[in-house]
Write a protein that binds this ligand. Structure first.
Ligand code: ATP
Ligand code: MG
Length: 565
């Protein structure tokens, strides 16, 4: 469970809450909610909202409800309800017994709608959807009243009851709030409150054929639950007058709506509709594909909940829209795993090295430190023998001056091992490809240090050929090549910016034998390569599958700089 952190920096929402606590506005209560629509999997933007709402509840010893905004039956599925609960729990938050559904309030919402009709603040309209749009006007042009706006209260009550009873066709009538067709705010031009829709609802089945609209259902749900601070994203700012209008006209308990800027993250897209497009059209393997910005994708990729919460705290909350660099999310996971993930050796592109002066039957157990950042993590033994693998790119035959790795005639250090020197290069006769190196080792350099103090230019990771185990490694990269794949005022499909190299599968990697016991979800630093996580679906004992969470350094910053040059 998450507990209150001692000194969190102020932000404008914390300031509002502190002020309300001072004036005792809600008798000292802080009650928030996270209200997802179950029409897709949650993404990292939702994580910001979850951390904010649940985080404030923890901080001020208040409550946070998980409320499914399930007023739109044609788009919602129970699968999403389940996944959303998993995701919130994984992030480390607990709604206790405060799980609600807007559909729990359908009967009450209906009663409130009747109440608005009775005070002549709502009416049944027979205009078609098309006509309603026409009558509404535009930003520069006033709307005009529907000819049905003047219906009597009794007629409206009768028609609304019959709407509920299923007497009318889908879409033939709606219930509208009677506000002001000349309002400069389009949301106030008699917004629709109810529509007729015959659809099976995941909880109320076919009991209803009319469904409330978001703006009507949301404020009332907040009011029923006694929410104090109803926190939502900026696009709802123009809806706030409507939020207030409904609650004021009904004279019910009135929470305060507060808007903040939504999270936009570079090199990805952040709308459920677009993410669904990627899933349904097969651009990714599913909602939880490790390249997706969904919480389930991030989890499968190997991110820790701590790193995501830390990211959300770092980006803070503001009232202005901005784009957060993906590099910050990556920084947060590196920072977390640097301290926690054991370091191991793995070779992704193996090149065979035979140490000619090392006895054939000898195996040494070399002492390797598990994490230099944390001596408490101890050490392990890594077997060393005559035939080892090193990384193919750690050898260059025509090495330039600044190549600090292995080259003919050069000496390097094997991590935790010995100094080795490249004596001979064996090539494939047909292709000329380097297939093996013949090296010598200096027995006086055990542990990686020479008694005579001579230095080498580099240190390589390696595994013993006979002792290492085979592994599949999946290198994930950013899903898009463009920082902002969704261009405003452009016809270019965001999918045309998909990174063609966002997934590379390496089938013949070798990892040190200690990884034989790696289990689903374990995270490691592969020395010099990055952070990796055991795949939760495809990994088997003796045949592990690893997902790369992130590289050790921000390689994208370099690429971008090169592009600018
Ligand atoms: P999407 O456009 O991706 O479908 P949404 O806003 O329709 O998102 P909801 O399920 O309605 O998704 O959102 C639940 C809560 O999460 C809302 O309070 C919403 O404001 C918040 N939220 C959604 N996207 C973001 C984001 N990118 N950053 C911060 N909060 C977000
Ligand atoms: Mg929505």
């Amino acid at each position: 469970m998450i507990t209150k952190e001692p000194s969190l920096p102020p932000n404008f929402i914390r300031n509002i809450i502190e002020e309300d606590l001072k004036t005792n506005k809600y008798e000292g209560r802080v009650a928030t909610r996270f209200p997802p629509e179950p029409n897709g999997y949650l993404h990292i933007g939702h994580a910001k909202s979850i951390c904010l709402n649940f985080g404030l509840a923890v901080e001020y010893e208040g409550t946070c409800n998980l409320r499914f905004d399930d007023t739109n039956p044609s788009k919602e599925e129970s699968e999403y309800v389940q996944s959303i609960q998993n995701d919130v729990r994984w992030l480390g938050f607990d709604w206790k017994d405060r799980l609600f559904y807007a559909s729990d309030y359908f009967e009450q919402l209906y009663a409130y709608a009747v109440q608005l009709i009775q005070i002549d603040k709502a009416y049944v309209d027979d205009l078609s959807a098309e006509e309603i749009r026409e009558y509404r006007g535009t930003m520069t042009q006033q709307g005009k009243n529907s000819p049905y706006r003047t219906r009597s209260v009794d007629e409206n009550l009768d028609l609304f009851r019959r709407m509920r009873e299923g007497e009318f066709e889908n879409g033939s009538r709606v219930l509208r709030a009677k506000i002001d067709m000349a309002s400069p705010n389009l949301n106030m031009r008699d917004p629709v409150m109810y529509r007729i829709l015959r659809s099976i609802h995941h909880r109320t089945d076919d009991r209803w054929c009319i469904y409330p609209m978001y703006d009507f259902a949301h404020c009332i749900s907040d009011s029923i639950e006694g929410i104090t601070h109803s926190i939502c994203t900026l696009e709802f700012e123009d809806h706030r007058p409507l939020y207030d209008w409904f609650l004021d006209e009904l004279k019910v308990y009135h929470p305060q709506q507060i808007e903040f800027a939504r999270l936009n993250l570079s090199y990805t897209v952040m709308s459920k509709r677009k993410l669904r497009e990627l899933v349904e059209q097969g651009y990714v393997a599913g909602w939880d594909d490790p390249r997706m910005p969904t919480i389930s994708g991030i989890r499968k990729r190997g991110y820790t909940p701590e790193s995501v919460r830390n990211f959300c705290e770092r980006i803070g909350v503001a009232r202005r829209d901005s784009m957060v660099d993906m590099a910050l999310l990556e920084y947060c996971i590196r920072e977390d795993l640097n301290l926690r993930a054991p370091r191991v050796m793995a070779v992704l592109h193996p090149l065979k090295v035979v140490i000619e002066n090392y006895p054939e039957d000898r195996v040494e157990e070399l002492e390797a430190v598990n994490n230099p950042e944390d001596p408490g993590m101890g050490s392990r033994k890594v077997p060393f023998s005559r035939v080892i693998y090193i990384e193919r790119e750690d050898f260059r035959e025509d090495a330039p001056k600044k190549f600090y790795r292995l080259a003919p005639g050069c000496e390097v250090r094997l991590r935790y091992g010995y100094y080795i020197k490249c004596e001979k290069v064996v090539k494939d006769e047909q292709t000329g490809e380097v297939i093996e190196l013949r090296c010598s080792y200096d027995p006086e350099t055990r542990g990686g240090w020479a008694a005579d103090g001579r230095k080498v230019k580099g240190t390589l990771h390696w595994v013993s050929a006979a002792h290492s185990i085979p592994a599949q490694v999946r290198l994930y990269d950013r899903l898009f090549v463009k920082a902002n794949p969704v261009e405003e005022k452009s016809d270019v499909d965001f999918k045309s910016y998909i990174n063609p190299n966002s997934l590379e599968i390496l089938e013949s990697c070798r990892v040190e034998p200690s990884l034989n016991n790696a289990t689903s979800g374990n995270r490691y630093q592969f020395e010099r390569l990055g952070y990796f996580c055991v795949d939760s679906m495809d990994s088997r004992k003796g045949q592990p599958v690893f997902n790369r969470i992130v590289t050790l350094r921000d390689t994208w910053a370099k690429i971008e700089q090169k592009e600018k040059m």
